[in-house]
Design a protein around this ligand. Sequence first.
Ligand SMILES: Nc1ncnc2c1ncn2[C@@H]1O[C@H](COP(=O)(O)OP(=O)(O)OP(=O)(O)O)[C@@H](O)[C@H]1O
Ligand SMILES: [Mg+2]
Length: 261
Amino acid sequence: MNSPQIALRGIERVFHLGDSDVHALRNLNLDIGAGEYVAVMGPSGSGKSTLLNLLGLLDRPNTGQYLLEGRDVTTLSPDEQAQVRSQRIGFVFQSFHLVPRLSAAENIALPMVLAGLPAPQRAVRVKQALKDYGLENRADHRPDELSGGQRQRVAIARATIMQPAMILADEPTGNLDRSTGEEVVRLLEGLNAQGVTLIVVTHDGALGARARRQLRMEDGAIKVDTARDASASAESVNGSAGALATAGPALDGSATAAPAA
Ligand SMILES: Nc1ncnc2c1ncn2[C@@H]1O[C@H](COP(=O)(O)OP(=O)(O)OP(=O)(O)O)[C@@H](O)[C@H]1O
Ligand SMILES: [Mg+2]
């Protein structure tokens, strides 16, 4: 790997709740190269979303450094971070996070509005995105007038409309049935095939096994990294013997992990 697209050095994230501290990320070090396809797995509360939020500049570490394309982004102002996020990063969430009162087309256009792109250019790109994602006859529907799969396609169109260098997806199929989830994963993998870095948090062992690299998080640390630990298999990442052979949902040990609350 040349200089990595993402480099985390000694990242710590502690949440203070009343008089107790939750150490969500502990001395985390991680390199991810441009164009990689990485699955992040591990039990509930192990820090997966916290990691993704940091990578997406939605949150800041308490200590440590995040170099994005060689640039230290931990010391940027909120406005500068928003700029980087808008230009380089696309986010896809489990619960879609669409704006309820905006139509599909308006949701897709939103990042371009925020980035100040001129209306004619926005219109061209939205039209193409609606076509690419099979939403042409749903352009004027609000999110509550769309199916789950259609909502996630709108969310992916919105996440990619600014042509980001990386897509961060936190349980993108968590609210979808298996076949709709498959379709969403294929869309994300298609973007990765075009060179976009794809980082997916998932509880689904079968989905995680599709990535070229797997990380297993436990208690705020990366316990297994198939790129680092030559002997690690997707099985050990899954934390469940024979998981690959019987790949299915919730094989990553989450079912036996005690949730925080
Ligand atoms: N805003 C917050 N304030 C306080 N504690 C938090 C906050 N966000 C996360 N945590 C705690 O940090 C730890 C890691 O949370 P995180 O959401 O990253 O877990 P996760 O691996 O994504 O879990 P899940 O699989 O359930 O989504 C948990 O113990 C959680 O309770
Ligand atoms: Mg999470």
